[in-house]
Design a protein around this ligand. Structure first.
Ligand code: UDP
Ligand code: MG
Length: 226
């Protein structure tokens, strides 16, 4: 990836894609919610039933962190451990690269972008440089529930930030920086909010209802279409 100051996405004055599934287009749904709200779990359901490609900003950053020769590895590691938000130039370019290569590989232009935008400047820059989002799917979950889930996950996840101290910082960053993004989109009527306290299958039902209200339907499986 080129120097952090001005990766290719930031040299453009209009988005790379417009919203849609044709040539030069892409569909993006932002998936937000506090750490441990269940974004990854529900994205897996949506991938299975709706044919989206799931892009987790955190996973892409961890991959870049571990990529031999990455000039950003050490920086990413420090930010993640501390629960802070990596400078958006890096994250946005990683997302754009992942979108472009998915389209090239299999023509899929439907993306769930999980755990991004975590900060207002990222939201604006992504919609300006890459593609305007269709809407934001927001998993609304009390902190206590998220904390329990994260500590549980921490027993096996091997993640450097699934521990008491990092979790505290991640909650604070969520409330101070990421929640305002959700509120901004909500004020424009661009958020599908789902209560995320319930069991995964109940939460998924609510997600499906919301998607159907927005005209997004599951893909027919081969065995169902005959
Ligand atoms: N992160 C970031 N920018 C992003 C997404 C993630 O800097 O757009 C970093 C941030 O340090 C965050 C960490 O990656 O705390 C883990 O993010 P992930 O989405 O994997 O965590 P989750 O919310 O799923 O628990
Ligand atoms: Mg996640």
């Amino acid at each position: 990836m080129p120097a952090i100051e001005k990766p290719p996405a930031f040299q453009r004055d209009k988005p790379l894609f417009s919203s849609g599934t044709g040539d030069g287009q892409a569909i993006v749904i932002f998936v937000l919610g506090g750490p441990g709200a269940g974004k990854g779990t529900q994205c897996a359901n949506l991938v299975r039933d709706y044919g989206f490609k799931h892009l987790s900003a955190g996973d892409l950053l961890r991959e870049e962190q571990d990529r031999p020769g990455s000039q950003y590895g050490d920086m990413i590691k420090t930010y993640i451990k501390d629960g802070q938000i990596v400078p958006m130039e890096v994250t946005i370019q990683l997302l754009e690269n992942a979108m472009t290569s998915t389209i090239k590989e299999n023509g899929n232009r439907k993306f769930l972008i999980d755990g991004f935008p975590r900060k207002m400047d990222q939201a604006l820059a992504f919609e300006e440089k890459v593609v305007p989002s269709k809407f934001t799917l927001f998993f609304d979950c009390p902190e206590e529930t998220m904390r329990e889930r994260l500590l549980n996950r921490g027993k096996t996840s091997g993640r450097a930030d699934d521990n008491e101290e990092s979790i505290k910082k991640r909650f604070r960053v969520f409330v101070e920086q990421s929640k305002p993004v959700v509120d901004h989109f909500a004020s424009k009527g661009r958020v599908l909010a789902v209560d995320a306290k319930a069991s995964p299958s109940e939460v998924y039902k609510a997600v499906q209802t919301g998607f159907s209200e927005r005209g997004i339907d599951p893909e027919k499986k081969a065995e169902e279409s005959v």
